[in-house]
Ligand binder design. Structure first.
Ligand SMILES: [Zn+2]
Length: 284
């Protein structure tokens, strides 16, 4: 697959262990490609997470919308019940009024005081019923007023939620299209970088980067692996600086050395940081 990656090199690195030399000559291009690949893989992972989060965001909005709809329906039903009650009260009121009129009519024909009192008693009773119904009507009116306000508020919230979800859906469509385009670009770039790297190195990179460590290559800087922050033994450190590709003995990541990134070119003991004990890098 790789012309510059000869069979000999493949065979010589087929059974490496952490710390073993993987390949010596002209590794820089491949390591640089791997560093870029790592950036691309990181961006891809972030993008995939964003792509997965989008439907969840919309689903949460749909749930909210459904709750707003239910609130409007509930308020409308309560109002309807209140109106039905009012109609019943009005009908009852009319019945009582008719009853009183009829009683008064009959009362004009009574002969005895006893009969008269009986009628009067019945009329008083009907009047008390009317009072009760009227009180109930007043209470009902207050309730209906409150319910109408509740319904209005619920309707307004529903309208807002519907507008919000419409905007959100439109945004999501645009965002999704953009995400898919970006994912396509990343996939292409990824393939391009991978084509620059030998299968051997890719195997190591893939194995470590798909593990919990999430990345497969790290800078070796200041005699330590920047992936896991562990120190590198002096001999390994010398080999790395001589251009050899080694894997970190602690985390298994490929170690990439770039003299330009090295603040101190000479392997000297790091100055102790204030308030912290100096880590014994590479000392065993
Ligand atoms: Zn490490």
């Amino acid at each position: 697959m790789q012309e510059k990656w000869g069979q000999e090199a493949l065979h010589s690195t087929a059974r490496y262990r952490p710390g073993d030399i993987l390949q010596i000559p002209t590794m820089k291009t491949e390591l640089e490609a791997l560093m870029r690949l790592q950036t691309i893989d990181g961006e891809t992972a972030t993008l995939r997470a964003a792509i997965a989060a989008l439907p969840k965001r919309l689903a949460a909005l749909e749930t909210k919308l459904a709750a707003e709809k239910a609130a409007v329906e509930q308020a409308a039903k309560a109002l309807k019940d209140e109106e039905a009650l009012k109609r019943r009260q009005e009908s009852d009121l009319k019945d009582q009024q008719q009853k009183i009129a009829k009683l008064r009519d009959q009362m004009s024909n009574v002969k005895t005081n006893e009969e008269y009192r009986a009628f009067q008693h019945e009329i008083e009773f009907a009047e008390a019923e009317i009072k009760k119904i009227e009180d109930g009507e007043l209470e009902g009116m207050e309730r209906a007023e409150q319910l109408a306000q509740q319904r209005k508020a619920a309707e307004s919230e529903l309208a807002d939620a519907m507008k919000a979800i419409e905007i959100e859906k439109e945004d999501a469509r645009a965002e999704s299209a953009q995400q898919q385009k970006k994912l396509g670009d990343l996939t292409k770039r990824r393939a391009k970088e991978r084509a620059l790297v030998s299968e051997e190195l890719l195997r190591t990179y893939d194995r470590v980067s798909t593990s919990s460590r999430a990345t497969g290559i790290a800078y070796a800087q200041g005699q330590r692996c920047t992936g896991c922050q562990m120190g590198i033994r002096p001999q390994m450190w010398n080999q790395i600086r001589a251009g050899e590709v080694l894997t970190c003995e602690s985390c298994g990541r490929l170690l990439y050395y770039d003299p330009a990134r090295e603040p101190q070119p000479e392997p000297v003991v790091e100055k102790p940081k204030r308030g912290r004990k100096a880590p014994q890098a590479g000392v065993e």
